[in-house]
Structures are given as C-alpha cells and as structure tokens.
Write a protein that binds this ligand. Sequence first.
Ligand SMILES: Nc1nc2c(ncn2[C@@H]2O[C@H](COP(=O)(O)OP(=O)(O)OP(=O)(O)O)[C@@H](O)[C@H]2O)c(=O)[nH]1
Ligand SMILES: [Mg+2]
Length: 380
Amino acid sequence: MNIRKFTARNSGEAIKMVKKEMGDDAVILRTRTVSYSGGDAERPGRGIEVTAAIDYDGQGIRQPVRDVNEAIKVRSHELKEIKEAILFSDAGDILGPDFYFDRDIREKYNYLKSMGINRDIIGKIMSENRPLASSGGQGKSHLLQESLLKVMTKIKTDTGRHAEKGQKIYAFIGPTGVGKTTTLAKLAAQSALNSGMKAAMITLDTFRIAAAAQLEAYARIMGLPMEVAVNGKELNRAISKFSDYDRIFIDTAGRSPGSDQGNRDILSLFRDNDRVHGYLVLSATTQYKNMVHASERFANLPFQSYIFSKLDETEDISPMINFIISKGKPVSYFTTGQQVPEDIEIASKKRLASLLLSGIKEKSHSVSNEGSYNGSSCRP
Ligand SMILES: Nc1nc2c(ncn2[C@@H]2O[C@H](COP(=O)(O)OP(=O)(O)OP(=O)(O)O)[C@@H](O)[C@H]2O)c(=O)[nH]1
Ligand SMILES: [Mg+2]
C-alpha cells in the first residue's frame, strides 16, 4: 500500500494533487487543517493536508493479481474454519478446546452426529479414546470407519443363545403392541421347524381379550402345545408339564410389572427358575425418550437382553442405537415384519453398521435437498 500526504491552500486543490499524483483509485484517508506558509494561502498561515492511499507497491506498480487470489483463498479458508467452529459450537463443551483446532476430531464428531448418536454419548465415546481421537489427517473414509467402529464397540449382541443345549425358558416382556406374541411365535416356530427342537408355549396374558386366542392360533398352525396360566401356581404347573421340552416360550401382557398379579408371577418365575431368560421387547420405531421410559417400567424384572421389533417400519435406527449404548445390555434379535416365522434375524453388528451407514446417506441426501447444512458438505 502506498500512502502519501498533500498540502494545498484548500481541499479542492489538495484532492486535485492526489488525483494527479496517485490516480483515480486513490482513497482519501484523512483531511486536516495545517499551518501553510505559501503566499497564496486563502487564510493566512492555514492550509489543508490530505492523506491518501492506493494499493500500489513502492514503484507504483499494482500488486499482481495472483497475490489477490492467494489472499482470497486464505480468507475463505479462514471463513470456513470459523463457520465450522460456529456450526459445531455445541460440541465445544463436550469435546474441549481441541475440537476447535483439530479437523479430524471435528470430522469424527460430524460422522457420529450424522449417525444420529446423542451428544452425550458422542462425548463419552470420544473422550474414552482421547489419545486416538485425533488421527493426524487420515482420509475421510478412514475417519468414518473409525467413528463407526467406536459406536459398534459400545454395542453388545447376544448371538449364541438360540443354539444352546438343554432346556431353556424364554419370557417375553414389554409394552403393549410392540410385537411380543408375534416374536415369540417366530422363535418358537424356528426352534421347532428349523432346529428340530421340542418347543411349547405358555401365555400369562389373560388380561387382553383374545390374547390367548392369538397364541392358540399360532400354536394350532405350527402344531405346538400351548397352555394358558392365570397365576404363578398354574405357570409352574405348565412348566412342569413341559419338563421334557427343549424350549418353553412364555408370553406376558404388556402392562407395568408389579401392577397386577400376572406380572408379579413373572417376577417369581425369574426368582424361582434359573433357566429363564427374559427378553425385553421394544419397538425400533419408538422415540429414544419413550424407550427409556418403557424400559424403566420393567426395570424391576431381571431380563437379560433386548429384542427390537419393527425395524422394517423405520429408517432411523438412531434411537435404538442410543438406547442400546446407554443401557449396556445386549441385543438378541431384530424383527423385520409381520410374517411368522420369517421376519426375524439374530442381532448382528454388521447389520447395525450397514443400517447406520445407509442412514447417513439418507440424511445427507434429504438435508442437501433442503439446501441447508449437512455434515459432509461442510468439509473442505
Ligand atoms: N411391521 C411389523 N409389524 C410387526 C412386527 N412384529 C409385530 N408386528 C405387528 O405388531 C402388532 C402387534 O403385535 P403383537 O405380537 O400382538 O404385540 P404384543 O406386544 O404381543 O401386543 P400386546 O399383547 O397387546 O401387548 C401386530 O399387528 C403384529 O403383526 C414387525 O417386526 N414389523
Ligand atoms: Mg401379545
């Protein structure tokens, strides 16, 4: 930048001098009254000083365009960084100041967020691996892989159960309408038809009209024995009746445990029988808060693992993922439709990972269609 001062008897003349010496692009920085000794002064002893500037180098040659482009590039990079810092400012308090300076940490945070992982869980996942949090400028696919792996290591699956030897008793508990009876029928049919096991069913659900009839219909179609029990005594009697069966599946009513005799009977079933495995059945379509609420209602029952139903009815599995991570118990099965016995699968991390990845694509597609920010579009 070239800065010069001009003194004249009035401002009009001073500006003329600026234009003559520096050209039309010159910018006036300051004008002030100064002492002036020229004999032509309008006011004796007083003149005007004008300070003007222009973007020329010392030799009067304009800066090369290349430098301007370079400056724009630097500025736009800085702007991008500021924009990212603002967009992710909600992460600052969970990830600490590193977050603002480390692009890899931001990338990982971004991926986990686009998977729908809760803010607090992201904080936990990333802080547990602090030394690994920054991977020193690795490729984007590597960062995505690493983020996904972090989520998957937090999820437990319970995959070996269906093949276990000896008698096993499975109790299905959970809120109303989540698919307890349908899921039970699917597993009972698979044990009998695919694994050649002796399977029987018992229902404790005498609360809802037609509940027993629903299970009875499945039992008839599959050719499996079925008993209705209205209290603990009858339940024990039914279990004894099926003492030479490999698998006994117990259906329950979808009400709060402890709220009625039927559910107190389930509690004593767990207490009196160490062969019982309790499944808490929840629907994958449920919001995270409601899942937590539902699970709290059954917290006094010592169930061992979860079954998530209705995966076919949701594209967003993040509530389920957040729930599984925050609760820490394993997942045994996913159900994926109404067809008995086909629509059930053993829970696998591979399947969860692919669902999460397709969720990311889905989200970035829909968000970019709306024209607003999405995680991937912010990356340089
Ligand atoms: N789309 C879909 N529907 C399902 C699935 N599992 C169950 N259903 C349907 O959900 C509805 C309720 O299923 P039920 O098995 O009766 O549920 P429940 O938990 O036993 O219900 P209550 O006994 O009333 O508490 C039925 O229409 C089932 O066909 C699934 O994986 N996907
Ligand atoms: Mg039912």
